[in-house]
Design a protein around this ligand. Structure first.
Ligand code: GAR
Length: 202
């Protein structure tokens, strides 16, 4: 069976790119990205999707109230018969209706070692806090902020002389490794959620 993926984005789309490439190279098998949805009209991620022949949809948050916006997203997800929803640099809270409809089938990538540094500018938060180890997390999405069960994490060192930009780039490189890996595990049926614990079967 082919796992039909939808991706929610807001900006650059480098994580989207890593996943598209992983599918094209056959690292992720039995999966297609059927649609990419953005809340920003000029998100470069939309262009990346079109370059790969993937439908790219801009849903304007200005045109709906919160509930209607969630319904609009749900409509698109249903229209494309979505099995797995990926948040890839999506900077808007996902409504509970969507979380309920796709429970345990929504993943997010966050640029910190959760539960540390939730929310916006996680790399800046970590850098300013003075941590010696930073990293990134792929997790299932629940109703809380960056709080769902953790699927994979990768750590990177914070080195003398680093700037926030250097650290952010070092983390991003690992995001592009663990997000495709988490999607591959999902598509191969190797992820089992037991309470807060995700058993990866590897
Ligand atoms: C990534 O670093 C991702 O982890 C982060 O935004 C960036 C998006 O980059 N997401 C969050 O901070 C979510 N809280 P991309 O558009 O190039 O994938």
């Amino acid at each position: 069976m082919t796992v039909k993926i939808a991706v929610l984005v807001s900006g650059r789309g480098s994580n989207l790119q890593a996943i598209m490439d992983s599918i094209e190279k056959g690292y992720i098998k039995n999966a297609t990205i059927n649609v990419v949805i953005s809340n920003k009209a000029n998100a470069y991620a939309l262009e990346r999707a079109r370059n790969h022949g993937i439908d790219a949809v801009f849903l304007d948050p200005g045109k709906y109230d919160r509930d209607e916006y969630d319904r609009a997203i749900l409509n698109v997800l249903n229209q494309y018969e979505t099995d797995l929803l990926l948040l890839a640099g999506y900077f808007r809270l996902l409504g509970n209706k969507i979380i309920k409809a796709y429970r345990n089938r929504i993943m997010n990538i966050h640029p910190s070692l959760l539960p540390a540094f939730k929310g916006l500018h996680a790399q800046k938060q970590a850098f300013e806090y003075g941590v010696k180890v930073a990293g990134c997390t792929v997790h299932f999405v629940d109703e809380g902020l960056d709080s769902g069960p953790i699927i994979l994490q990768k750590c990177v060192p914070v080195l003398t002389g680093d700037t926030e930009e250097i650290l952010t780039a070092r983390i991003l490189e690992q995001e592009h490794v663990i997000y495709p890996e988490a999607v591959r595990l999902f598509t191969e049926g190797k992820l089992k959620i037991e309470g807060r614990n995700v058993v990866t079967g590897i």
